[in-house]
Design a protein around this ligand. Structure first.
Ligand code: ADP
Ligand code: MG
Length: 700
């Protein structure tokens, strides 16, 4: 037997999904898109709902505003055209006694054919009322057709409903879940020791996983789910516990002296007054930098709270002590912006500022030499800064902007360019203090919790895509005043997989049909950075009036004359990301507007996200709500929100479990840091196999 055969022969839960009966290469690719690569990924992909096949007479008890999920029978189907030439589909569904109406606009062709009177239909959504009749607008639905199911599922009283995208169907997914359990159930390993299972009454992992998919009593699943949350928190806390145990003696860093030279000069020439929060935070940072200890501090502040200027003061403190200071940004556009702003703010000060970007360009070699020989004091750059060929003369301070956009290794790489520079991580995602320990371990945190004065809060409006013409009417008024507009779409180009507005089509539509008289340009992530930069500069200069884009414009951009942000398919974005997008406007002292355009079908969670955003501009509140509403990956850009991603746990609602797991983990490590005690052998095994690698990475 050669090696390849052996690989195919050994079956365990890390076996690729393509080997599961009924999957194959093509399906495996689709599964990979929702994060399922191995058998265990599939096991851990939990249903978001369960269909009870039985129709229960319950409609008479319902009221408008109630969220429901129930099985009904299709009674009638009615399709008609409305006044404005659109089609409306009404489907009456019944529980045997009463009827409610499901309504769709803008639905796919032939959609109505799917509804056959007499068939079972599972519906889920929030009830409204129309003409005294209960109604579900754009509900989520599942056809509960018995003949479509395999024998196994046919007999089940409950059917799981999975969060799927693209061409994956529930039926297919249920089939492979069944096949995977048939073949691999005995390979499921336990990852919590007996004493933990006993302490909390958790089910063994194997049984818990089976229950999540094949439960006969969905109401018991919240309880069962807790063990998955616990295990996830437990191992991440074990990591911090070991970190604290072994590495928290303070690392000696540079002791800067507050000479009040460059910093005082900057202070006196600032075009504005620092906010109290900025002053407090600068003091916190200076206290760290003037001590022996290496600073490792997180600077949190909402979009537009003025983190850059705070960072600049810290950089000047390093520079006036004869050190270099570096600022790394996640995109070229942002690095450029920092370079220009900082150069302007430092005009007349004896400080040399350099900009380093990726690729090859004129003058780059000289910049590298300047950095190496100490002819550059402040170095602003992109990932290019951490390339191997870049060396610093005397790097004493490092700031990482939009820190969550970098991997742990990338952040560490810049810190390692010199001996123990002081480190400042910038984040626009404020997170509740109670959580920052979990997320950032024992990193010190500074918070700018105050926006500069005279900022007028952005007016946020949720609009249906049906009423987009009215939105354009309002936008026209802003354009007439000379203001600029952002339009953000979730995709770049048309996709056959999902029916979403893409930036290309949007750009064509706006520039030919809606606002042909204004210059309107498309920008997206697939363009070269040269092109992007060029466009952003022209937007900044006011030459371009309307910018149609994907989310490339998300981070840190500062263009005061832009007063309108339109987000298409707002229901598809995460809360934190929407907050970031909205933060692009309202920076200029005029009233700004953010239009969240809702397309069908918006889930309840999506609605709540939008409503939250419309009701507040408080970044802390939004971050908290974001954690609370995090659903399984149906939204774009969660990875950009800056909050860590847990597979099972909800950082917000699962805090009580987090506390238990944290306490347990710290206690175990305090007694047995190397996990040599036999009762910890299982923990040791799993920890060192799956987590210990990360331990090295958090030691910048
Ligand atoms: P962020 O925290 O989102 O990175 P920036 O540092 O880009 O915010 O600052 C946003 C804008 O606010 C910039 O144009 C900056 O010059 C301005 N700004 C910063 N601090 C103040 C202040 N205290 N008063 C007025 N404007 C300020
Ligand atoms: Mg910024």
């Amino acid at each position: 037997m050669d090696k390849k055969d052996i690989k195919a022969y050994i079956k365990d839960t890390s076996t690729p999904v393509k080997f599961i009966k009924g999957v194959g290469e093509a399906r495996a690719k689709q599964l990979a898109k929702i994060g399922i690569n191995t058998v265990m990924d599939l096991f851990e992909y939990f249903p978001r709902d369960y269909i009870h096949r039985k129709i229960e007479p319950a409609i008479f008890e319902l009221n408008p505003g109630d969220s429901i999920a129930m099985t009904t029978m299709i009674s009638w189907v009615n399709e008609k055209s409305t006044k404005n030439g659109k089609y409306m589909l009404n489907v009456g569904v019944s529980d045997g006694h009463s009827t409610l109406i499901c309504t769709w606009f803008n639905y796919p062709k032939d959609y109505s054919q799917k509804f056959k009177p007499g068939n079972l239909l599972w519906v889920s959504g929030t009830l409204s009322e129309y003409n005294g009749q209960l109604q579900l607008m754009h509900p989520e639905i599942e056809f509960v057709n018995e003949e479509e199911e395999s024998d196994f599922w046919k007999k089940r009283e409950y059917l799981p409903v999975y969060p799927l995208t693209g061409n994956l169907t529930q039926k297919f997914f249920r089939r492979i879940i069944y096949n995977a359990f048939e073949e691999y159930v005995d390979k499921i390993e336990e990852n919590l020791p007996e004493f933990v299972l006993a302490k909390y009454g958790f089910l063994p992992r194997k049984i818990a996983l089976q229950k999540m998919h094949f439960s006969l009593h969905p109401e018991e699943l919240d309880e069962i789910h807790k063990r998955f949350v616990y295990e996830e928190f437990f191992y991440s806390q074990l990591l911090w516990a070991r970190h604290k145990h072994y590495h928290m003696e303070e690392i000696k860093g540079i002791r800067f002296e507050n000479k009040r030279q460059l910093t005082a000069q900057l202070y006196h020439k600032l075009p504005f007054k620092l906010t109290n929060a900025q002053i407090r935070v600068i003091n916190e940072i200076f206290a760290d930098m003037t001590s022996d200890k290496q600073m490792s501090r997180l600077l949190q502040g909402d979009v537009g709270s003025g983190k850059t200027i705070v960072t600049l003061f810290a950089m000047l403190l390093a520079v006036e002590n004869g050190y270099q200071a570096a600022l790394m940004a996640p995109t070229e556009i942002l690095a450029d912006q920092h370079y220009h702003n900082i150069t302007r703010l430092l005009e007349g000060l004896p400080v040399k500022v350099a900009l380093l970007k990726g690729g090859t360009y004129k003058g780059k070699e000289q910049t590298k030499t300047d950095i190496r020989e100490g002819n550059a004091d402040i170095i602003i750059g992109t990932h290019a800064l951490i390339q191997r060929e870049i060396s610093f003369d005397k790097l004493g301070f490092v700031a990482i902007d939009e820190q969550h956009r970098f991997g742990v290794q990338q952040r560490a790489a810049l810190a390692r360019k010199h001996k123990h520079p002081d480190l400042l991580y910038l984040s626009a995602t404020p997170i509740p203090r109670s959580l920052s320990l979990t997320v950032y371990g024992d990193l010190e945190v500074s918070i700018i919790d105050e926006l500069p004065p005279n900022r007028i809060p952005v007016t946020t409006l949720i609009r249906s895509s049906q009423k987009i013409d009215l939105v354009y009417k309002e936008v026209a008024k802003e354009l007439e005043k000379g203001r600029q507009v952002y339009i953000v779409c979730p995709l770049i180009e048309e996709s056959d997989k999902v029916d979403l507005l893409d930036a290309q089509r949007m750009h064509h539509y706006i520039s030919t049909k809606i606002f042909p008289q204004y210059s309107c340009i498309l920008i997206h992530g697939k363009m070269s950075s040269k092109e992007k930069e060029d466009i952003m500069r022209r937007f900044k200069d006011g030459e371009i009036k309307i910018l149609v884009s994907t989310t490339v414009i998300e981070v840190g951009l500062d263009i005061p004359n832009a007063t309108v942000m339109i987000v298409e398919h707002a229901e598809r974005f995460g809360l934190a990301q929407l907050h970031q997008l909205r933060g692009r406007v309202g920076r200029g002292g005029q009233q700004a507007y953010c239009y969240l355009i809702e397309h069908m079908p918006a889930t309840n969670i999506a609605r709540e996200r939008l409503a939250t955003l419309a009701s507040t501009t408080d970044g802390f509140l939004i971050a908290e709500k974001d954690l609370e509403l995090r659903g399984p990956g149906e939204i774009f850009g969660t990875e950009q929100s800056g909050l860590p991603h847990f597979k099972f746990a909800n950082l917000f609602s699962d805090q009580p479990i987090l506390k238990l797991a944290r306490k347990d983990a710290f206690q175990i490590i305090a007694q047995d840091p190397e996990l040599i005690n036999p009762q910890n052998s299982l923990i040791k095994d799993i920890y060192f196999r799956q987590y210990a690698e990360k331990e090295k990475l958090i030691l910048y």
